[in-house]
Every structure is written in C-alpha cells, then in structure tokens.
Write a protein that binds this ligand. Structure first.
Ligand SMILES: O=P(O)(O)OC[C@H]1O[C@H](OP(=O)(O)OP(=O)(O)O)[C@H](O)[C@@H]1O
Ligand SMILES: Nc1nc2[nH]cnc2c(=O)[nH]1
Ligand SMILES: [Mg+2]
Length: 165
C-alpha cells in the first residue's frame, strides 16, 4: 500500500543486487575500509553484498528502529550501540551502510557515534542526502521505496480494468 501522497518505487532482488554492486564500485574508490558497520535491519542486506565485494571481514551492527507504523516515523530507538574498539578514533576507516536515507534522522544518530566514518546508502531522498558521502539512486521525498524482502508476487489486474498506476 502507498499513501495517496506517495509514489511507489518497487525494487526487485536483481535490481537491488545491481545497485548494491554499483555502490561497492564507488566505495572501492573511496576506501580502503577496515570495518563495516551496518544499520539494522535494512542495512544487513547491502552490507553482505558490499562486504563480499570489498573483502571486508570485520562486520559490526548498530541497531536502530524508528518506522514502527508503515511510512510513519516515530521516536528513534538505539537498541544496540557500536563496539568501543570501532568508536575509538571517531570511526576513521569505518564504512557505515544502510539501505536508504530518508529524513536522515537514523544516520544523524550514527554520526554522533562515528563522526569520522564514511557513510553510504543505496537510495537517498533529498532531505537525507547530506548525511551520506556515497549513494546510487536519488528518489523524490514523496516516494516510498519497496524492498524485495518486503514484497511478494501477486496477480496484477489488466491496466484497462483500472490497475493501480
Ligand atoms: O532517514 P530516516 O528517515 O531516518 O529513515 C531511514 C531508515 O528507515 C528505515 O529503517 P527502519 O527504522 O524502518 O528499520 P528497519 O531497517 O529495521 O526496517 C531504513 O532502513 C533506514 O534505516
Ligand atoms: N521500505 C522503506 N522504508 C523506509 N523508511 C524510511 N523511508 C522508507 C522508504 O521509502 N521505504
Ligand atoms: Mg533501517
């Protein structure tokens, strides 16, 4: 379901893999990185692909939740912090990965923990764009991105019968 004010941007597994690999190519030029911190849960999937491409084997997570209801952001909850060894020098040489940046509130919290890390997301909306150093595709602020792990195959009525656009 998309809110009436929103455009839908559905992403297939193939597309997501291609975009994550494209991000890895860009990050390869920005690195090297000694560790990767993924922002759970959405950052787990691109983190696996990027860590494989860049051969990063030290993986940490920072656990943050905020969108408890569909498309509505609530208060940020830091469920799990980052290991002190990675925070020691402000996160220099550390790569932070998330699936997307929307308002930027989630990554703004991570910036307070790792001010000198490199920030990357596959998709970015204009408001959150200043929070990432590297991203692949920008979508408008009124677009909702649907990830492949949140979707399933369903019947599509013919366009002539009023299929949703
Ligand atoms: O830039 P923001 O407006 O803060 O939103 C971006 C965050 O929202 C989603 O996470 P969510 O809190 O829904 O949790 P999840 O990753 O566990 O799905 C997404 O994965 C980003 O982490
Ligand atoms: N799946 C998904 N989660 C989000 N969290 C914040 N914005 C979005 C979005 O566009 N799509
Ligand atoms: Mg998330």
């Amino acid at each position: 379901m998309t809110l009436p004010s929103q455009k839908a941007f559905p992403v297939s597994w193939d597309q997501f893999h291609r975009d994550a690999r494209a991000l890895a190519w860009r990050l390869h030029e920005a690195g090297p990185f000694e560790a990767l911190v993924c922002v759970t849960r959405g950052g787990l999937v691109p983190a696996a692909i990027i860590a494989r491409e860049l051969e990063i084997r030290l993986i940490e997570s920072v656990c943050i939740a905020s969108y408890h209801d569909y498309a509505k952001q609530g208060e940020l909850q830091l469920i799990k912090d980052i290991a002190p060894s990675l925070r020691a020098n402000g996160g220099k040489g550390v790569l932070v990965v998330d699936d997307l940046v929307d308002t930027g509130k989630t990554l703004a919290l991570v910036h307070t923990l790792l001010p000198d890390a490199h920030y990357a997301a596959i998709y970015a909306k204009p408001q959150g764009r200043p929070l990432v150093h590297t991203f692949i595709t920008e979508v408008s602020q009124d677009t909702w991105i649907y990830f492949p792990w949140d979707m399933g195959l369903t019947f599509q009525p013919p366009i002539r019968n009023g299929a949703p656009g």
